[in-house]
Design a binder for this molecule. Structure first.
Ligand SMILES: Cc1cc2nc3c(=O)[nH]c(=O)nc-3n(C[C@H](O)[C@H](O)[C@H](O)COP(=O)(O)O)c2cc1C
Length: 204
């Protein structure tokens, strides 16, 4: 049975979506079955209209199917990504994660392997605080948190050990270093999830 990986992201202007796609490709490279999902846009139309890039991204959608609770129960491992919003994850993503209380209460999120990724517009604008805030949810689930670390020589110069990241200066799209790091993160997530899932199946 192939390893099942869920990639869930929110994106307002496309950067996190690009990171999510690269992570998904890395997981597929490792042989995983991957579901790439987004979450509902909950911002008022008037707020979206204040930002032409946000409006254009919304108008060009939908960019992926919406994540469901069934996707979470299906997955052996997951990656969760959000743009940094005032040093934390976007409310749109949090709204979806806050629907998982029932699964949490039944222990259905325990032992999932989980990792996080983000993008911000400045290097010190809160990339790590966003990743750590997403990871806090994983701790409550009893998930097994997989950081990116410096798990590959390619990450030594530009990687972020907390999770795949991109600094989008002046609204730049993710560069090849960032996309490469996300691909490594997806491969690493799928590989480690495969080990854990096999062990859990053996343990019965
Ligand atoms: C409401 C709002 C809050 C933001 N907060 C931060 C922040 O705290 N730090 C930062 O560096 N960038 C911040 N940004 C910039 C975004 O994180 C950045 O543009 C990101 O690349 C957008 O990703 P997306 O294209 O997936 O939406 C903020 C943007 C918005 C609209």
């Amino acid at each position: 049975m192939s390893t099942r990986i869920l990639v869930v992201f929110y994106s307002a202007t496309g950067n996190t979506a690009e990171l999510a796609s690269s992570l998904a490709e890395g997981a597929r490279d490792a042989g995983a079955e991957v579901r790439l999902r987004t979450v509902a846009e909950t911002a008022p139309a008037a707020a979206i209209a204040t930002n032409p890039r946000w409006q254009a991204y919304v108008d060009a959608g939908p960019h992926a199917e919406l994540a469901t609770l069934e996707d979470l129960t299906w997955a052996d491992g997951l990656a969760v990504g959000s743009p940094t919003r005032f040093g934390g994850p976007a409310a749109q993503l949090k709204a979806f994660l806050d629907t998982t209380g029932g699964l949490w209460a039944q222990g259905k999120l325990a032992d999932k392997v989980a990792t996080s990724f983000t993008t911000a517009s400045t290097a010190h604008g809160g990339l790590e605080s966003t990743l750590l805030a997403i990871n806090n949810i994983f701790y409550h689930w009893g998930a097994i948190v997989i950081p990116l670390g410096y798990a590959h020589p390619q990450l030594m110069d530009t990687g972020n050990p907390y999770g795949g990241s991109f600094v989008s200066r002046k609204s730049a799209s993710p560069d090849k270093e960032a996309l490469g790091a996300l691909r490594i993160q997806g491969h690493r997530l799928a590989t480690i999830t495969g080990y854990v899932a096999a062990g859990l199946r053996t343990a019965g």
